[in-house]
Design a protein around this ligand. Structure first.
Ligand SMILES: Cc1ncc(COP(=O)(O)O)c(C=O)c1O
Length: 398
């Protein structure tokens, strides 16, 4: 509802009208409406980790909250100890050498950085290459920059990797930035070193900055550790990786992550952040540093929980005849809809008839049509129950 100042309407800036609609907000509203009717809804539609933050990290924040140093403004681009902790983790996990002072920018979660990088690099009229299906927050930054998106289809035939051969020379020539995300939301696909090698060559050829969203970097299954883009020779010259503590350490509510890699891009991100914020609460930075440098057993345990849930879910899917490939990483499963439905009509059916929330694939882009995304973010028993409820609708042939 518009409000008035005297006789005048408050007029939002044009950029507000250009923002994409927040798809997850609609999903949450539909699920809440069903819960409000008193139904026992199993919500597999969202990406909010259900496990608590490991206790040693929580204890560090409790202790750090009492440190008077942190009651003051933090340094603009964050404490150097957190940047050093990020560099240590990358050395240990990926054998990548990082200069903490110039190659790490601390972020209020990955989402912030993913929106900021478009502001840093794109002018109106520039092209940004975006995966389809893909994480909708990439669209937000591109829209705020007034730039254009060119979608890179991710298809099952190509293992949900973009095919650079399909990008026209005109588009590649105009593109300044590209997003990629493996382990992938929403498909659960993983990328290998070969793919990142092709990516660096493509980026070098056309002068495109690569933004590798490694939000699910810690979640790889079947004994396969996800590859970091920065492990590729030449990667640091063409891009940055976005890492978040949200998924690796169940710290989604803490809002902490970092961009790591190319020093010039890190500098630009720090510069834009100097204008928006004054870094994170020092106590959060200290606890985040402990998360990155302390015992990593909790990460292995979390991975095992998700893998075991994946098996429980796919065992149940098999029993009802819902056939799909298991994800290689992330905590998402990408499943084809039953014949005769769109992703949205299928998701609506599951909500109305089975009280199960799934995310319609079309919300992640045109090439997400025909699929729904399920998150492994509840217990094995609830996952099985969700599938049993869906099985009772007899949509698949067992
Ligand atoms: C693909 C992807 N990237 C980035 C994020 C951002 O996470 P955060 O802002 O919590 O770091 C998410 C969160 O759901 C995600 O799924």
């Amino acid at each position: 509802m518009d409000t008035q100042i005297g006789q005048h309407l408050i007029q939002p800036a044009d950029r507000m009208n250009g923002l994409p609609t927040q798809f997850f907000a609609k999903l949450v509203a539909k699920a809440n409406a069903q819960t409000a009717k008193g139904r026992d809804v199993i919500n597999l539609g969202q990406g909010n980790p259900d496990q608590p933050t490991p206790p040693h990290i929580v204890a560090k924040l409790q202790e750090a909250a009492a440190n008077p140093l942190y009651h003051k403004y933090p340094p603009f681009s964050g404490y150097s100890f957190l940047k050093e902790a990020a560099a240590t983790r990358y050395k240990e996990d990926y054998d990548v050498d990082i200069d903490p002072a110039s190659e790490v920018a601390i972020l209020f979660g990955g989402k912030t950085g993913l929106v900021e990088i478009s502001q840093c690099l794109l002018n109106p009229g520039d092209v940004c290459l975006v995966p389809d299906p893909g994480y909708p927050d990439y669209w937000s930054g591109v829209a705020l920059a007034g730039a254009e998106m060119s979608f890179m289809p991710l298809t099952e035939q190509n293992r949900y990797l973009p095919d650079y051969g399909l990008i026209s020379t005109e588009i590649a020539g105009r593109a300044k930035l590209m997003f990629m995300n493996y382990p992938n939301n929403p498909t659960g696909a993983v990328a290998d070193a070969d793919f990142y090698g092709r990516t660096v060559r493509f980026a070098e050829q056309h002068g495109i900055v690569v933004a590798s969203d490694f939000a699910y970097g810690a979640i790889g299954f079947d004994g396969n550790k996800p590859v970091s883009f920065l492990q590729t020779p030449g990667a640091k010259e063409v891009g940055v990786e976005f890492y978040t503590l949200s998924k690796t350490y169940n710290m989604a509510g803490w809002r902490v992550g970092f961009a790591i890699g190319n020093a010039q891009i890190v500098k630009l991100i720090n510069l834009i952040q100097d204008h928006y914020y004054c870094s994170l609460f020092g106590g959060i930075q200290e606890a985040a540093a402990l998360a990155l440098t302390g015992p990593q057993q909790c990460v292995a345990e979390l991975r095992a929980i998700y893998e075991s849930r994946r098996e429980a879910l796919f065992g149940a899917l098999d029993r009802i005849g819902w056939k799909a490939a298991r994800p290689g990483g992330s905590f998402f499963c990408w499943l084809p809809v039953a014949p005769g439905y769109t992703s949205e009509s299928f998701a609506d059916l599951l909500l109305q008839e089975a009280d199960v929330v799934v995310a319609p694939g079309a919300g992640f882009g045109k090439h997400g049509e025909g699929y729904v995304r399920l998150g492994l973010l509840t217990t094995e028993a609830r996952l099985r129950e969700a599938v049993e409820r869906i099985g009772r609708l007899n949509l698949f042939q067992a």
